[in-house]
Design a protein around this ligand. Structure first.
Ligand code: TXA
Ligand code: MG
Length: 348
């Protein structure tokens, strides 16, 4: 089976194709679709068999729960036991948007979708193609990122096709995504709302809306503390090459990366360097990829996964990256980059 690919934009939806995609989902098939964060691999969230197919297509461990995507606020109520007041506020202010919230689940949600957990993750994506598809599918679409488990998340349809093109029914190509990192996950089953995965919406932005919000202790990697989102414990987002992050003052970082790259090049390895517009001209070794500009952190977030995939295609053996502790999204960017690097970081 080769996935059928249909193209459209948010401005000009192909409603006929989306009706067909919705029909595939209703009948238990799999359709990949764009959201504002990354591409999702959709299946009917209320159908345990569809969820099983998602795990199989991705090669994902079945204890790692899926996010249920909805298009209308009234579809939240039936999925959950209760909606805490602060969650209601976030739903009103941030949905549709890059926010996933976790609640105690109702009996409507099969355990096959929640990886056996008594809680359910719910999100309303800010993308017209996704919203229309969810409505056509009956309102509840389970969707992890549409990559093979362990590979970088897909930010364009070609990434989905490369990973899953022979395992799913349809890919809706809506062009490159806007944000490029997965949604912020906030757990409302804890007494204090807790961020399990950082994203475009950061702790400070959420606290301005609902008061105190905690970071999951598992995120800071204190020895022995397990992240609460099962998906955050896996080595993830990984390129095939051996990735190391070099952190420190700009000039020192460039010197150290040049030194490391030269060493590996001399040994005959293929070396990739993740640079920014400001530093790219200073690198003298290896294959240099520009991820964006330090003046525009959103450009860095948007291109991170694509650059990691590019280095796979170039068969880089070793990859060196600068660190990106940018003011607003730095935490989300570094969370993904550190995982991609298996936490290998050199401080200069
Ligand atoms: O931006 C996104 O959220 C994208 C797009 C497609 O919407 N989706 C996405 O799904 O990133 P996925 O499956 O790749 O990541 C879901 C994360 C995993 O780390 C999973 O462990 C966590 O959410 N998660 C889901 N349900 C959970 C639950 N009930 N309790 C704790 N963590 C949960
Ligand atoms: Mg994922």
């Amino acid at each position: 089976m080769r996935a059928r690919i249909v193209r459209m934009t948010e401005e000009k939806l192909d409603r006929e194709a989306l009706a067909q995609a919705g029909e595939i989902l209703r009948r238990g098939g799999l359709v990949a679709f764009p959201t504002e964060t990354v591409y999702g691999l959709g299946g009917n969230a209320l159908d345990p068999e569809a969820s099983r197919k998602i795990y199989e297509a991705k090669g994902r461990p079945s204890d790692n729960p899926l996010i249920v995507h909805i298009a209308d606020l009234e579809h939240l109520e039936p999925l959950v036991e209760k909606i805490p007041e602060k969650a209601r506020i976030l739903a009103k202010k941030c949905w549709p948007g890059p926010l996933t919230m976790i609640f105690s689940k109702s009996s409507l949600v099969p355990e096959a979708t929640t990886g056996g957990l008594p809680s359910v993750a719910v999100r309303m994506p800010d993308h017209q193609v996704a919203l229309e598809l969810i409505r056509q599918a009956g309102g509840y679409v389970a969707a992890p990122s549409a990559n093979t488990s362990g590979r970088p998340s897909p930010t364009e349809a070609a990434h989905v096709e490369a990973d899953l093109g022979d395992r799913i029914d349809m890919i809706v190509d809506g062009g490159p995504v806007g944000i490029g990192l997965e949604s912020t996950i906030v757990d409302f089953t804890e007494e204090v709302p807790t961020i399990l995965r950082p994203g475009y919406l950061n702790q400070q932005m959420l606290e301005e809306l609902i008061g105190q919000v905690r970071m999951d202790r598992g995120l800071t990697l204190e020895a022995g503390v397990r992240p609460k989102a099962p998906g955050m414990k896996y080595k993830h987002y990984a390129p095939k090459g051996d990735l190391t992050i070099v952190e420190g003052p700009g000039q020192r970082v460039v010197e150290e990366i040049n030194r490391l790259a030269q060493e590996k090049c001399l040994q005959g390895f293929r070396v990739g360097i993740i640079a920014v517009e400001e530093t790219a001209p200073s690198y003298t070794q290896g294959m240099v990829k520009c991820i964006g500009s330090r003046k525009d952190e959103e450009s860095i977030a948007r291109q991170l996964y694509r650059v990691l995939r590019d280095f796979d295609a170039l068969e880089a053996d070793y990859i060196y990256s600068e660190a990106f502790e940018t003011p607003r999204m730095g935490q989300a960017i570094m969370n993904r980059l550190l995982k991609a690097a298996g936490h290998k970081i050199i401080k200069v």
